[in-house]
Ligand binder design. Sequence first.
Ligand code: DMJ
Length: 578
Amino acid sequence: MPVATLLPFTTTPNRKSASPTSFRLTEKFILLLVFSAFITLCFGAIFFLPDSSKLLSGVFFHSSAVETNTRTNPESNSDSGSAANSNNDEKPGDHGRNLHMDFGDQSQNEEGRQDDDALFDIRKLVMMKHAWDSYRRYAWGSNELRPVSKQGHSSNLFGDIKGATIVDALDTLYIMEMFEEFDVATDWVEKNLDFNMNAEVSVFEVNIRFVGGLLSAYYLSGKEVFRRKAVELGEKLLPAFKTPTGIPWALLNLKSGIGRNWPWASGGSSILAEYGTLHLEFMHLSKLSGNPDFAQKVMNIRKVLNRLDKPQGLYPNYLNPNSGQWGQHHVSVGGLGDSFYEYLLKAWLMSDKTDEEGKKLYYDALQAIETNLMRKSSSGLTYIAEWKGGLLEHKMGHLTCFAGGMIALGADGAPTDKTGHQMELAAELARTCHESYARTALKLGPEAFRFDGGVEAIATRQNEKYFILRPEVIETYMYMWRFTHDPKYREWGWEAVQALEQHCKVEGGYSGLRDVYAASPSHDDVQQSFYLAETLKYLFLLFSDDDHLPFEHWVFNTEAHPLPILRRDKTDRPNEVE
Ligand code: DMJ
């Protein structure tokens, strides 16, 4: 079947032709005259019209918006795959219809914008461009960039897999209409992204960044290569589930299929936030491959958890995959626990609200968290503490700050009378996380902050004072902005932009900071791939109209990769994979 018929996104079929055209001498002369007249006219307009900066902003934005609408070239979706034959009504690339509406008049001041932030519309692209161009220039093909020493960097989370920044950034490039960069990245994926290696990877990290990034790129662009690579990688991860309980290992050798757990994890346990953050991607993998194994594996994780007693209704972070018993009773909505809760809610939303079990598990877990972990400081800041065998540690991680956004996202579906209350909790958490930024010298938040020993929302230990370009606080601002349109969320986002530009931006990209309380920045020399996947994407969405990636159509995985909601219809019920 011709691809064009599969992808109805075809109102303007071709992007600008790249083919050279030749002219005779007289024609060249006439063209030169016309061109000079046009240039003169443009300069006149720029210098004599009342506000030339706004005009420039409009020119940049409307031209890129026009380019978006030409992103329907059937050639760019040149190979069709089995997904195109799926019986889902919506086809990959169709999803672009729900991606971009219009930038609107960027020269006008909207609610919540700073006076000078007509320029922000340019800056959001400039930030992404600087991050991307620097990676491309100094670290192309490596997993991440070292922006100070201007070289590549790779953490052992990805084994020998290369290009984490490329795959993590694909959808951000697409959403920001940076199509030339997107095409270069696509070309790299086609030619270089390889999973055939004798190396050990983190199943969780590879899933959220690589599988998630490839799935989003597929749904946005319709390019078959992304579907194919996502399924290929998903298949490589399946041996991780070969344990007596089916709870997967944390680490897996992609060649031998041998798995193991982190040596530091309580008695050889698997980690809640790792095995509990596969659901969204694996449901899509079953859908796109026709292979029910992926869905069965993640539904089995649910079954194992359902059989276990939960202390006070809480989920400990450690679970032994051999015995199926909890390890140490440490509960956290930050590191080790966080995205498990996020995926319960999003499993329900992504199933078009058919996954009633996911829904119940989420709201029950949230109730237990509220009762046992949420507290208010003496000055009235709400925070989520950590729970260790029944005792509270009054510490909240930067990672935990995603919870404001999650609770806001779930508030609408909350059990009777709880919607307003949950929105209040979400707003309070957003405020606390903002305070954790505002109370530092560099106006970016620490890795963890405490509410004890006379301090509130401040890091007291040296090893908790760093900032690694994490997205969670901005993620929560974005959700809160979408649901309330309270201008303070854009103001807070703008403060973060200014701090990032002032303290994290270096000539070779953006760097994390060693101590946010120090008077001047000390750079850690890493531009994390999630900075491009999440931080810059959430900033972009915070300052975009709500119809950019609307929540009625998209659910973000924990790495901010948008996945379409799996629509129910008579023939195709998303959670009923045989
Ligand atoms: C990301 O990789 C994901 O958001 C994950 O869930 C938690 N940590 C980082 C960003 O901080």
